[in-house]
Design a protein around this ligand. Structure first.
Ligand code: TRP
Length: 327
């Protein structure tokens, strides 16, 4: 049987938060360490050009994201870990895929609609063709399984379609790709618990992996627990979910019981959770800070990763050029 190939990517949006961690990164590390897969993890800096960040911020964020992913457990010895733009075949294959993808299919993408609303003054063509570049990322390495959060499922389905469109028009070459969903696909904002936790909502909405214990505790104190109309408060649900993920089973069932019988004290829940999260990421914080003191080392790790990725990407592109008749 063929080896399963895991591929995933993350935007260099600065510090990772617990939504990124539970939705994607934690699962990446588990898959990597299972030894059952060939794994590729990519920092997708080309994708980030479609957003609004400045060149200087982007540069810093790439380094920081790399350090954080390594500190969180991505092991460059076990996985191919690299930066997208270091392997130019990504954009080359994306162009080929542009030419097999109907515009109408891109118009259906909900992330495009969301992002267009979010950056109404900068609805660039890159934002529109973003999922095609994503399909190229995955298919350059013949990725079969893509561990992502639920919001990316539509893009992975499009990747499967792109593969079919290409195979139908040229040759049966690319695999059928599937999303691999994590157990906890959605972590909600602390301040607006009806919305997904996201850095774009603002500082107080997210807990970053690098947050010092005082910061975690301060943010949780402000977390919204009030109900709006219905009887289940989404903010409380979110905190209970987080406690289950970062704390012990006993602690979380104790608070769940207390919630049911009405004896729960949100202050206690918040301080228990603050403790668990701070402890969970204690080693992470140390390792991250160590790594960030040596940018040259990070650059070297990324170069090594790009070398490995380039071998596969180069050979895929050679095949593709032949199949489409340009070489
Ligand atoms: N679009 C993904 C996100 O916003 C990032 C991404 C780019 C990605 N290329 C990918 C994810 C390939 C999985 C596979 O999170």
């Amino acid at each position: 049987m063929k080896k399963k190939i895991i591929y995933s990517g993350i935007q260099p949006t600065g510090n990772l938060h617990i939504g990124n961690y539970l939705g994607a990164v934690k699962n990446w590390v588990t898959l990597q360490n299972s030894g059952e897969y060939e794994c590729y993890f990519c920092i997708v800096d080309y994708h980030s050009l479609a957003g609004n960040i400045s060149a200087k911020d982007r540069h810093d964020q790439i380094i920081r994201t790399a350090a954080e992913l390594i500190a969180a457990g991505i092991d460059p010895e076990k996985s191919v870990f690299y930066v997208q733009s270091h392997v130019p075949e990504h954009t080359e294959l994306a162009w080929v895929f542009n030419t097999v993808t109907p515009i109408a299919e891109l118009e259906r993408m909900t992330q495009f609609k969301d992002k267009s609303e979010h950056q109404a003054k900068n609805i660039n063509a890159g934002l529109f063709t973003y999922p095609i570049l994503q399909a190229a990322d995955i298919l350059l390495y013949h990725g079969t399984h893509v561990p992502v959060g639920i919001d990316q499922v539509q893009h992975v389905e499009l990747t499967r379609d792109v593969s079919r469109w290409f195979n139908k028009r040229y040759d049966k070459y690319f695999p059928e790709t599937k999303a691999l969903l994590t157990e906890i696909p959605k972590v909600m904002s602390l301040l607006e618990p009806m919305k997904k936790m996201s850095k774009s909502l603002g500082e107080g909405h997210v807990i970053e992996l690098a947050d010092e214990p005082e910061v975690v505790s301060k943010k949780l104190k402000k977390a919204v627990t009030a109900t709006e109309g219905g009887d289940k408060a989404p903010g409380v649900e979110n905190l209970l979910t987080l406690l289950e993920q970062f704390g012990s089973k006993e602690a979380s069932s104790k608070f769940k019981e207390a919630e049911k019988d009405g004896s729960i004290r949100y202050g206690d829940l918040k301080s228990a959770l603050a403790n668990e999260i701070s402890n969970y990421f204690a080693d992470f914080r140390t390792k991250r800070n160590e790594l960030l003191e040596d940018h040259d080392k990070i650059a070297e790790i990324l170069m090594e990763g790009a070398k490995k990725a380039s071998e596969v990407a180069g050979s895929t592109m050679n095949d593709v050029r032949k199949m489409v008749g340009i070489r």
